[in-house]
Design a protein around this ligand. Structure first.
Ligand code: NI
Ligand code: MN
Length: 240
C-alpha cells in the first residue's frame, strides 16, 4: 500500500488569499508576498474595526489618485516599508510625501519579484487630494506562479476591457460595483463577459449612500447568469 500511495500524484491547488479592508482596499497574498491595493480605511466609517497599524504589506498598488484610494497610503507605506507601484505622477507625489520605495510606471507590463504587473487603462479621472495632477487612472493585471487576477480600478464599462483576455486567462477579477462613479452590478456582469472571467469580487459599494446597492439582488443576478460574485465582509479573508 505504501508504494501505491507513493505513486498518487500530489494535488497542487494554487490559490490566492484576498482580504477585504472596505471600499476598494484589499490585500492579495500571492507568491509569498503581500500586495495591498488602494488603501483607504481610517476615513471609512464601515471599516472602523480595521487597525491600519496591523496591516503588513510588501507592495502597495494604487489604481489612481483619488482620496478614497490613497488616504492611508503615507502611514501604511511608512509603517511597512512597502514599495509603492503606481502611475508615475502618483509615485512621484508619494516620494515627495516621504515614501522611500516607489516604482513609477505607466500603462504596460513589468516583471517584479512576485510576478508580472500589467497596468491597463481605466475610464475615470485621477487628481490627487491636494489637487496635484495624478496622470491617468488605471487597473492592474497581476500574474504570479499562483495564477492571474485583474483589478479594474475605478472605471465605467469600457471597450478597453475587451483587450484583457488577450493577456491570458484570469482566475478572478476585482471590480467596483457601486455605480454612480463606476460600474454597477449590471455593468460588472457585462465587464465579466468582456474580460472572459466569471469570478468577480465586488468592491467600491455601500461605503456611502451614493454608491449603495442591493447586495442580495446583485448576488442573485450573478448566480442566475452562471457567474460568481463575492462580496466579502470588511476584515474577511477568502481564498480565490
Ligand atoms: Ni476614483
Ligand atoms: Mn473611488
Amino acid at each position: 500500500m505504501e508504494h501505491y500511495f507513493c505513486k498518487v500524484p500530489v494535488l497542487h491547488i494554487e490559490f490566492m488569499r484576498f482580504t477585504y479592508y472596505g471600499h476598494a482596499c484589499f490585500m492579495i497574498e500571492t507568491a509569498g508576498k503581500k500586495l495591498l491595493f488602494d488603501p483607504f480605511i481610517t476615513g471609512n466609517d464601515k471599516a472602523k474595526h480595521i487597525d491600519i497599524n496591523s496591516i503588513q504589506a510588501d507592495y502597495i498598488l494604487l489604481s489612481h489618485g483619488h482620496g478614497d484610494h490613497i488616504a492611508d497610503l503615507v502611514p501604511i507605506a511608512k509603517n511597512t516599508g512597502a514599495t509603492v507601484i503606481a502611475m508615475a505622477e502618483i509615485a512621484h507625489w508619494a516620494e515627495e510625501h516621504g515614501i522611500k520605495n516607489v516604482h513609477p510606471m505607466n500603462y504596460g507590463p513589468k516583471a517584479f519579484e512576485f510576478g508580472k504587473v500589467r497596468m491597463v487603462p481605466a475610464a475615470h479621472s485621477s487628481s490627487l487630494p491636494d489637487g496635484s495632477y495624478g496622470g491617468n487612472p488605471g487597473g492592474f493585471i497581476v500574474t504570479t506562479s499562483d495564477g492571474s487576477f485583474y483589478y479594474t480600478g475605478d472605471t465605467c464599462l469600457t471597450s478597453d476591457l475587451k483587450l484583457v483576455p488577450h493577456y491570458g486567462k484570469l482566475d478572478f477579477a476585482v471590480m467596483p460595483v457601486g455605480g454612480n462613479y463606476t460600474m454597477d452590478p449590471e455593468d460588472a456582469m457585462i465587464a465579466s463577459d468582456f474580460i472572459q472571467c466569471n469570478r468577480v469580487v465586488g468592491v467600491h459599494y455601500n461605503t456611502w449612500p451614493i454608491i449603495g446597492i442591493d447586495t442580495n439582488k446583485a448576488l442573485a443576478a450573478f448566480k442566475a447568469a452562471g457567474k460568481e460574485l463575492h462580496l466579502p465582509a470588511i476584515g474577511e479573508t477568502i481564498e480565490l
